[in-house]
Design a protein around this ligand. Structure first.
Ligand SMILES: [Zn+2]
Length: 186
């Protein structure tokens, strides 16, 4: 390879996927994938990885992508968020909360959710469609708790921490945000 060339790419077919494999000198450690469209995955790998190594990891990434897509599809269905919110209301708020609308939105890149207690609306970032269910549930509990306590007061956190995996979910969201930040910088 000519020195200084930043990246090279090639395309291979793998099952129902077309893989666009990009080797980059800038990428140092991990192999990552990104869904380009419903049949194309871009696999980004460090320069030094062998083809066999890349394909081994690509298969794992394909399986993960297919799981995520299936999960997303089930969460596209109308009423999914309403159903989760209703369940969490029963479990953690004695079923006493009322709202007008809970829905996914695509315009929340920085926040994971928001709540307007006066309007009775809760909006959840659609990035969470591919999050583990306990993480999505945590964000819902967080926003539902704002129906009672609009601010992040001690009373608010007491409500939120009724959710058994609150601490784990917060850790997950922090790590996720960090990862996204790093990917944007690449
Ligand atoms: Zn909040």
């Amino acid at each position: 390879m000519p020195p200084g060339k930043p990246a090279t790419s090639r395309v291979i077919e793998r099952g129902r996927w077309t893989l666009r494999i990009v080797r980059s000198r800038r990428r140092r450690k991990t192999i990552r994938s990104e869904v380009i469209d419903e049949a194309t995955l871009e696999i980004r790998a460090p320069w030094h990885c062998s083809e066999g190594e890349i394909l081994r990891v690509a298969d794992v990434l394909i399986a993960k992508t297919e799981r995520n897509l299936a999960q997303r599809a089930s969460r596209e269905q109308d009423g999914f968020l309403e159903e989760r919110a209703r369940l969490l209301n029963e479990r953690h708020f004695g079923g006493k909360l009322r709202w007008r609308q809970v829905r996914f939105v695509t315009n929340q890149r920085k926040r994971f959710g928001s709540c307007s207690p006066s309007r009775g609306t809760i909006r959840i970032s659609d990035r969470l469609r591919s999050a583990p269910l306990f993480v999505l549930d945590y964000v819902l509990v967080h926003e539902l708790a704002h129906m009672i306590e609009p601010n992040h007061s001690a009373a608010f956190w007491k409500l939120v921490n009724r959710f058994p995996k609150a601490e784990r979910a917060r850790g997950y969201l922090m790590a996720w945000q960090q990862l996204q930040h790093e990917q944007e910088e690449e």
